[in-house]
Design a protein around this ligand. Structure first.
Ligand SMILES: [Zn+2]
Length: 263
């Protein structure tokens, strides 16, 4: 179980019961999954709607979030028992030996597996050939700068051997992982520059940052990912000192260029 997202963990419990297999994950992913799964519909709704309010999202979205229940519990069966893996652990099979990596970015502590001897890498959701992995601020810790951690990962990935065969969690197997990692670094830097440029003229909220980044309107499902992605980029701009975060009198987080705030 590489990370706690529902499209990876949703059926892990019943599948483990059905087959009798042991389920392995990292300590942080197990803890996050258990925390999310334990949140009752009402508590999840309250937390999400408070977060959406801070993001400056429209009142209808804030209201819908409060009453929609837990998107996590809706898509996740009761969790299995987990055995924990650590970075550097090795899983030996008859064909070779997988080394465990644990990285932060798309999730807290995703497990991926690499076999350098055979040139194989199960990158799961952190290195994808087509879409950029969603780097999304978490409702539990919306200020955390995930992008810094993801940049560290991507920088390391730029040095992957060009012929290493990479098996992602979505889409198709690919090679040239280093080229792809550099594309993703450029992609995020471009988005950071875009937000920073707009903030020079008028302060941003997460909601207006979504407009800048995506330029279109979303359904409730997509708002969850799009607002989290916008917030993660704003968090990074604050972390590196390019923007300054304040909370206004309505309780909405405002991001302004330093010199606008101090002027
Ligand atoms: Zn994922």
């Amino acid at each position: 179980m590489t990370h706690h997202h529902v499209d990876h963990i949703g059926y892990a419990g019943p599948l483990a019961a059905l087959t009798g297999v042991q389920v392995y994950t990292s300590a942080a992913e197990a803890e996050h999954a258990k925390w999310l799964y334990a949140l009752a519909d009402e508590d999840f709704g309250n937390l999400l709607s408070e977060t959406y309010h801070r993001y400056g999202l429209p009142v209808e979205s804030v209201k819908a979030a409060r009453t929609d229940g837990s998107r996590y519990r809706r898509n996740t069966a009761p969790l299995p028992e987990f055995r924990l893996l650590r970075a550097g652990d090795e899983i030996k099979t008859s064909a070779g030996s997988w080394r465990i990596r644990i990285d932060t970015g798309h999730s807290d502590a995703q497990i991926s597996l690499m076999d350098r001897e055979r040139g194989l890498f199960l990158s799961v959701d952190f290195l994808l050939p087509r879409i950029s992995p969603n780097i999304s601020a978490d409702i539990r810790d919306p200020d955390f700068d995930l992008l810094s951690a993801y940049f560290i990962y991507l920088k390391e990935m730029t040095k992957l051997p060009a012929d290493m065969q990479i098996f992602p969690g979505h889409d198709w197997p690919f090679r040239q992982g280093g080229v792809r990692a550099q594309q993703l670094i450029d992609h995020h830097n471009h988005r950071l520059d875009l937000l920073s440029a707009v903030a020079q003229t008028a302060p941003l909220t997460v909601c207006s940052a979504m407009d800048t980044l995506f330029g279109r309107h979303f359904g409730d499902h997509e708002i969850y990912f799009a607002s989290g992605e916008a917030r993660a980029h704003l968090n990074h701009l604050v972390a590196v000192g390019r923007l300054h975060k304040q909370c206004d009198e309505r309780g909405i987080d405002i991001y302004a260029a330093q010199d606008v705030v101090t002027a």
